[in-house]
Ligand binder design. Structure first.
Ligand code: NAD
Ligand code: MG
Length: 406
């Protein structure tokens, strides 16, 4: 039985809490070394009281001060070291006191600590897809150099990983054709607006966009699922993890979210990973790989399953998906810019200052703006990534303030 000491980046989020739900069931296997969060003090107090980490980090200094005060007043938590800021996140992710890092911060904020874990040669359980979308080759090269083991938490990539033969599970450098694989098929539900009349898309509220039919997730990824930018980011994520060409990567709509993705082999066999739409399954798979542990998720009840259906994604309904697929093959500058523009646009949508359909318009415009200065240029250092990211965020903010305030 393998044992691991964990650093959980983004412990208070949907993935963080699901990770701790699996950990709770296996105290003999997992110890918590570090928990991190942005601002949620109440949740962190509860998690620190239960899991007694060596260290608790809150990015927000006021939140860290409040957490330190509460923890020091309870005998059971008084020894937990509380830190604040971004530097400690990177230190914790690369500290030798833990061997496994769950990268579950949402968005670009997760890039630096996730990359620090990769550079330190950790087992990195990757949920934070934006980090890989932003840095692609840099991220995978860092893993090859350090010997870090990347395990995909995203349910689609986890499904694909499970359907690959052992020799192709070398993420970043696998040779799909040599392993007899024709195609990777990413499945996506199509989100809550899959059947809505197109004319009604523009007036959809944040609450409606976040009401995903199958998955219970954080707000940002829920909006990304409604636009299908999430599937676009996953397409880019798959390209890097599985070393795919455009011809080796397809997206198929599958509204029931029972098949989590598939691998199609040269002999006509298609391997699919199936299960309930519950992130504890891929999380448990990554936590214990190559062993298997209980996740708390019930097996599929085939007698209760309705039809499993499949369709292609409608380009008019999901312009973000096409933007992401195009950006994937345009170059690193394009995926970094697209991700940044999307984060800014989604934040504005969530606070009520941008229409749902304008998310795609802002993303398209920002990538186009940056194309003139960045196309053909290498983005192969963290500084270069952060520079494109910063510029795209500034452009997206300007664009929204000038043209889109609602
Ligand atoms: P969430 O919003 O529920 O949680 C985000 C976590 O990140 C919280 O702990 C928060 O404190 C922390 N955080 C937020 N902003 C931060 C910042 N600026 N600096 C440091 N920490 C910060 O998000 P989630 O749904 O758990 O998603 C986390 C990541 O996992 C995302 O990249 C998402 O795409 C990916 N993912 C999520 C799911 C899911 O089911 N929720 C599935 C697949 C992939
Ligand atoms: Mg996914």
């Amino acid at each position: 039985m393998s044992q691991h000491r964990l650093c959980i980046l983004g412990a208070t989020g949907s993935i963080g809490l699901n990770t701790l739900a699996v950990v709770r069931e296996h105290p003999e296997r997992f110890q918590i070394d570090v928990l991190t969060a942005n601002t949620n003090v109440k949740q962190m107090v509860a998690l620190c009281s239960e899991f007694r980490p060596r260290q608790a980090i809150m990015v927000c200094p006021e939140a860290a001060a409040e957490l330190a005060q509460v923890l020091s007043s309870q005998p059971s938590t008084a020894k937990i070291e509380v830190r604040s800021g971004l530097g400690p996140l990177q230190e914790a992710a690369s500290n030798e006191a833990n061997d496994t890092v769950m990268a579950a911060i949402v968005g670009g904020a997760g890039l630096a600590p996730t990359l620090a874990a990769v550079q330190a040669g950790k087992r990195v359980l990757l949920a934070n897809k934006e980090a890989l979308v932003m840095s692609g080759q840099l991220f995978m090269d860092a893993a090859l150099t350090s010997g870090a083991q990347i395990l995909p938490v995203d349910s689609e990539h986890n499904a694909i990983f499970q359907c690959l033969p052992r020799e192709a599970q070398q993420l970043g450098s696998c040779d799909l054709a040599a392993a007899g694989i024709d195609k990777i098929i990413l499945t996506g539900s199509g989100g809550p607006f899959r059947e809505l009349p197109l004319a009604e898309l523009t007036e959809q509220s944040p609450a409606a966009a976040c009401a995903h039919p199958n998955w219970d997730m954080g707000q940002k990824i829920s909006v990304d699922s409604a636009t299908m930018m999430n599937k676009g980011l996953e397409y880019i994520e798959a390209r890097w993890l599985f070393n795919c060409t455009a011809a080796q990567l397809d997206v198929v709509l599958h509204p029931q979210s029972v098949i989590h993705s598939m691998v199609s082999y040269a002999d006509g066999s298609v391997l699919a990973q199936m299960g309930r739409p519950d992130m504890r399954t891929p999380i448990a798979h990554c936590l214990s790989f190559p062993e298997r542990i209980a996740s708390g998720v019930e097996p599929l009840d085939f007698m209760a399953l309705q039809n499993l259906t499949f369709a292609s994604a409608d380009a008019e309904r999901y312009p973000c998906l096409a933007l992401a697929i195009k950006a994937c093959w345009q170059g690193q500058w394009a995926t970094t810019a697209l991700n940044a523009a999307n984060e800014v646009a989604v934040a504005h949508f969530l606070n009520g200052s941008l229409r749902f359909t304008a998310i795609a318009e802002v993303c398209a415009a920002v990538v186009k703006q940056l194309e003139t200065t960045h196309a053909g240029h290498d983005v192969n250092s963290l500084e270069a990534v952060l520079s494109v990211d910063g510029q795209a965020r500034a452009n997206a903010t300007n664009l929204i303030e000038m043209n889109y305030s609602c």
